[in-house]
Design a protein around this ligand. Structure first.
Ligand code: ADP
Length: 385
């Protein structure tokens, strides 16, 4: 049956990857007429029990992705490390793929991603490509720099800060980019949504604060505390990146603001992202709601904030591995304007993302105060170690 734009039958939509991003996407999808499918290797992953149909399969395998997608109306991803060739074939056969396979191919390989920025004159730290450790060792003059493996790195894994010649040993013996080290004043992210008609909308900025030990995002505040002019620059850049990618979807553009208030694009994620989790409670249309609107061809949602917000990532505590136990949850739940999201991961590991907590308040000091308090109250440990 051919459906008119106004009368839609329930679409069958697949998600590649079954982690917490898929889980929160499914939670938002429960509000829409959609039949959901998830493919992922682990049948106990956070998304497995929230979708209508779960398929155990390898999202990097051509046949697995193709067979999963061929009877669906649309497909999306919650991680870039998917088989984009299979997605390209599915696209050619009429399956709607959001973000499109070309955007995924550009982004999933950091070398291609950096070349995309330079080709489109998007300011991003200067870089050279290194194919192996031997080539890296010839780049002493490029230091201080940051070495980033081209494929498969995430959450700080696959990134090495190289300050001295001795540090070159820590680099990757695989195709990588070596990027000039920026003196970072702030790390910010902007989420941009683009519909299949090319309309765009942008969320308020978020500012990240990092754990220097785990090199993993620790907490973030929205909006970022930056000058209006810097925000305008960042917004223009984020929109440019998404328009040049020429793909519908939701995108997180991560940027650095340096000492001179210059804005540099670090990287882009073509999907829902950690830097947009606060939008579940803090904005009229969350990043997850927005992605469904795009996939299902509904109007874009309202990105305005209801209140300012912070999120605290809940990471598995150091020295604990095994069946997860949540310490301090009751105390956290006693605080007003605080929203707890646990991702349903049975096993904890040091530094593993186990959940997040959102705090709402228009007072920045209050957000910081509550974020610190929650960090001290809440921990994820294991039964015995
Ligand atoms: P991942 O995709 O694993 O999150 P990123 O590229 O975002 O990796 O890098 C992780 C962190 O390393 C960044 O958030 C930033 O703090 C630091 N970093 C990355 N690139 C640079 C750079 N060019 N200069 C300075 N610090 C950087």
């Amino acid at each position: 049956m051919v459906s008119s734009p106004l009368i839609k039958s329930t679409m069958k939509v697949g998600i590649l990857g079954g982690g917490q991003l898929g889980r929160m996407l499914l939670q938002a999808g429960a509000n829409y007429p959609v039949e959901t499918f998830v493919m992922e290797n682990d049948p106990n992953c956070p998304s497995a029990h929230l979708c209508h149909h779960f398929v155990t399969g390898n999202i990097q395998d051509f046949d697995a992705v193709y067979n999963f997608g061929k009877n669906l109306d649309a497909l999306t991803i919650e991680i870039e490390a998917v088989n984009a060739d299979a997605l390209e074939k599915l696209e050619s056969e009429g399956v709607k793929v959001i973000p499109n396979s070309s955007a995924i191919k550009t982004i999933k390989n950091k070398i291609l991603q950096k070349q995309f920025y330079s080709h489109h004159q998007v300011p991003s730290p200067a870089f050279v490509v290194t194919e192996n450790l031997q080539q890296l060792k010839q780049q002493a003059a490029f230091l201080p720099a940051v070495h980033k493996v081209a494929m498969g790195g995430y959450d700080g894994r696959g990134v090495q800060l190289l300050r001295t010649v001795a540090d070159l040993e820590k680099g990757f013996d695989a195709p990588s980019v070596l990027e000039k080290m920026v003196t970072i004043k702030k790390e910010i992210a902007l989420m941009v949504a683009m519909s299949d008609k090319g309309e765009t909308t942008i969320y308020p900025s978020a500012e990240m604060l990092f754990d220097p030990v785990l090199n993993l995002l620790d907490f973030q505040i929205s909006p970022a505390q930056i000058e209006q002019k810097t925000l305008w620059k960042a917004e223009a850049l984020a929109l440019k990146v998404v328009k040049e990618l020429k793909s519908p979807g939701i995108f997180a553009v991560e940027m650095f603001v340096d000492q001179n208030n210059e804005v540099w694009v670090n990287e882009t994620a073509p999907r829902v992202h950690n830097s947009g989790h606060h939008t579940i409670e803090a904005n009229y249309s969350s990043q997850f709601d927005m992605l469904w609107r795009i996939i299902l061809s509904y109007p874009l949602g309202n990105t305005e904030p209801i209140l300012n917000s912070a999120i605290v990532n809940v990471l598995g505590a150091e020295n604990f591995s095994g069946k997860a136990i949540y310490k301090g949850l009751e105390d956290v739940l006693k605080i007003d304007n605080v929203f707890v999201h646990m991702y349903g991961k049975k096993e904890t590991k040091p530094g593993r993302k186990m959940g997040h907590v959102t705090i709402l308040s228009n007072e920045r000091q209050e957000l910081i105060h509550q974020a610190m308090k929650i960090k001290s109250l809440l921990s994820v440990v294991s039964e015995a170690d």
